[in-house]
Design a protein around this ligand. Sequence first.
Ligand code: F6P
Length: 459
Amino acid sequence: MKRIGVLTAGGDTPALNATLHGVVVRANQCKIEVVGFIKGFSSLFNPRVPHVRLNPLFATIPELDSSLGGTIIGASRDYVDPQDTETIEKIADRMQRLGIEGLICVGGDGTLSGMQVLSQYFPTVLAPKTIDNDLGLNYRHEPDEWQREPIDGGAGFRYVRGPSRTRFELGQLVNYVTPGYATAIYVTATGVQRIRTTAESHRRIAIVEVMGRHSGYLALGSAYGQPDIVLIPESPLNIDRLVERVTDIYELQKNVVIVCAEGIVDEHGRELGEVHQSYDPAGNKLLSGAGDALRHVLIERLGDTYFTSKRRNESARAAVFTRKVGHTQRGGRPVLFDSFYASQLGGHAVDLLLEGQVNGVAILQYDQQHGFHVSGINGNDFRDRWGVIHARQVHPSFYDPERLSLSRTGVDYLMPIFDNAVGTEDLESVRQTLFRRSNLTEPYHSVNVDINKRICYLN
Ligand code: F6P
């Protein structure tokens, strides 16, 4: 191959530039030109295909800094519709005119789902990213466990997860962890720690809502901040048990910190945070307000007297508060674990293209003997029998629904990732950059300004 393309799709994560850097470094070694498409798939839909040469004369452009969060080539949630043959053929033609012989897409399950149709025209490889850590499998052939049933009124199908295999070992995980997750946990765990002191000082119950859609990995990993309770979407909310745990803990320490995933569901499987049925452009349901909904439940169930009778607080409303970590968990400088393995995955994606993979996925594997190492898998292995790719869910063995917290296996899962996730340079960068005097006097210089000057178009 002489020239390949790369794009970053879906929501941004802190490690995207690190992945791009890995792609370009490996491509430089192999004397391959890398073209970065602007704003994900959106570039391919544009007849002018805005793009940037990321390694002119096989030298990486200076803007590509692996310690910079976000993505210098931009991202969007535009996806290719596999039924839209006309558009797909136009894309294939544009790629040919640009001399692109293979495409690396940096993205999550939505990206993998949308890009596969392109592999019929030119080789594609996914380099994974997502703070949700939901691109992967608990074990091979897990997609076969999905069932589908028609939705009343003929409006398509509902996909239902059959029971998980109970015999499960961590070494079976396919794509153990995705770049972006470690940095997001660094942010959420810090947030949980910081909210604790307010809850403690003011005798309050804090609910910290974290992202993750229908997967509870972000909530699970936030356990590093030592919340008292962790609620994940995979374990339907048992309100009686929750109230019992909350009161037990409150009696003891006069404060409670709860981490709540944005996708938690009630005992009927209804999302607490689904205020209205809305979808983002990729077809994902937008979730917002699980923390608030949970707060209302607790206010109602605990009641004012619980707090006023012993002068613990002036009302249930005053005592129970909620905060979202929000997009801060998705942005900023990646921690060492993410930047290192994102780069490795980017480099491996190039190797998979060179090996002749046409629909490949670069994955990060872990076992005790070899530690973390990159490997490859076919994109089809993520699909169920109807071709649908499902977000990976937290395996039941990671969670203890009695204690409403992570289990021993959950602890074992997290430790290899986080034992050395933060490097001294991560901490040093805070020391050196946050309170730089020039931050107060100089305006922010966006990398977009420099990249704009490099954008080329297809004539
Ligand atoms: O998939 C990543 C993610 O951050 C989810 O955790 C969250 O639900 C969603 O994206 C938020 O999307 P948006 O960027 O559109 O607010």
